[in-house]
Design a protein around this ligand. Structure first.
Ligand SMILES: NC(=O)CC[C@H](N)C(=O)O
Length: 309
């Protein structure tokens, strides 16, 4: 079904686009640095299978940290709650997403939650599969099912760019290996994680994944229960408490919807039982969230009273 561009949505995008100049594109993964600072797109996918979009919707982007929600859902389905939360905690952190400090100073060596890099790497390590290829293909199959789009693939340029520069993520892995949180080959894990983060899509695909979570794990198009309701609930709760990194508290107050962002500038938002939101705006604020994406969600939430609180 083709999207209809709503004028109202386009107007909000043009207001939000103004702040793109105040942010910065992430370049610690060099290939991400090629994005256009002024880009902003949004798609809204309603659970009744209608959608609206505005802005640069033809632009694709990589999931980056948004993929952490999907791998969490997958490993919870693979192993169940107690296995997963034995290795990764449930508490938010005031530290940046890639911080290593709590692994050493926290009394329990588990990473604090699955939305920071340490926790996400531990989660990726738990994906079932005989080797990294099988694990990646299971993750891709899951993403294709969620988006109902068989064309979803990994952007190998961005995956390699991350792999070649992931020194801090490697450090997190070796630290966790010492404590028995992860096992296996660290290079294989970094390869798999870099590829998972480099899965590429459009705002509409992301909005559709949001719609699946909005329906407690049921796909709006196929009506198949892709994620068990309880697991969808756990993922949404983490999105509220940790989804916007160490800006999650302020975001919960100002916007008030479960959301997850990535350093590519993507944000997935969920308005329970109504719709999923997919945003792409690569200009980031100081905490690594899409600066115009947050502005746009703020405008949408105020105008349509979207806060769940
Ligand atoms: N915040 C993010 O989106 C981080 C994801 C990125 N791939 C990393 O590990 O650094």
């Amino acid at each position: 079904m083709p999207c209809q561009t709503s004028e109202e949505l386009a107007e909000l995008v043009s207001i939000a686009r103004e702040v793109t100049k105040d942010g910065k594109i992430a370049d610690y993964i060099p290939a991400l640095g090629e994005a256009d600072q002024g880009d902003l797109s949004v798609a809204i996918y309603h659970v009744e299978n209608t959608c609206m979009s505005a802005g640069d919707i033809e632009k694709s982007f990589t999931l980056q940290s948004i993929s952490k929600v999907l791998t969490l859902a997958l490993v919870l389905m693979d192993h169940g709650e107690s296995y997963v939360f034995d290795k990764v905690g449930m508490e938010p952190t005031g530290d940046p997403f890639n911080s290593i400090v709590k692994l050493e100073t926290h009394e329990n060596q588990r990473p604090l939650n699955p939305m920071i890099n340490a926790g996400a790497l531990a989660v990726t390590n738990m994906i079932k599969g005989s080797d990294k290829e099988e694990k990646l293909s299971r993750f891709l199959a899951f993403t294709k099912e969620l988006t109902f789009n068989q064309d979803i693939k990994v952007c190998h340029e961005i995956a390699s760019s991350e792999f070649e520069n992931a020194w801090l993520n490697r450090s997190l892995c070796y630290f966790m290996k010492k404590d028995g949180i992860i096992d296996g080959d660290v290079e294989d894990l970094i390869d798999l994680y870099s590829k998972q983060c480099a899965v590429q899509m459009h705002s509409l695909d992301l909005a559709k994944i949001g719609a699946v979570f909005a329906l407690d794990g049921k796909h709006p198009q196929t009506e198949k229960q892709i994620i068990p309701k309880d697991i969808a609930r756990i993922c949404k709760t983490f999105m509220v408490t940790c989804g916007m990194y160490n800006a999650s508290g302020e975001f919960a107050i100002k916007v008030g919807i479960p959301a997850k962002s990535g350093v590519s500038g993507g944000i997935m938002g969920i308005v329970p039982y109504h719709f999923g939101i997919g945003i792409f705006g690569p200009s980031l604020d100081k905490k690594g969230n899409s600066i115009a994406g947050i502005k746009l969600l703020h405008l949408l939430s105020e105008k349509y009273e979207l806060s769940i609180f």
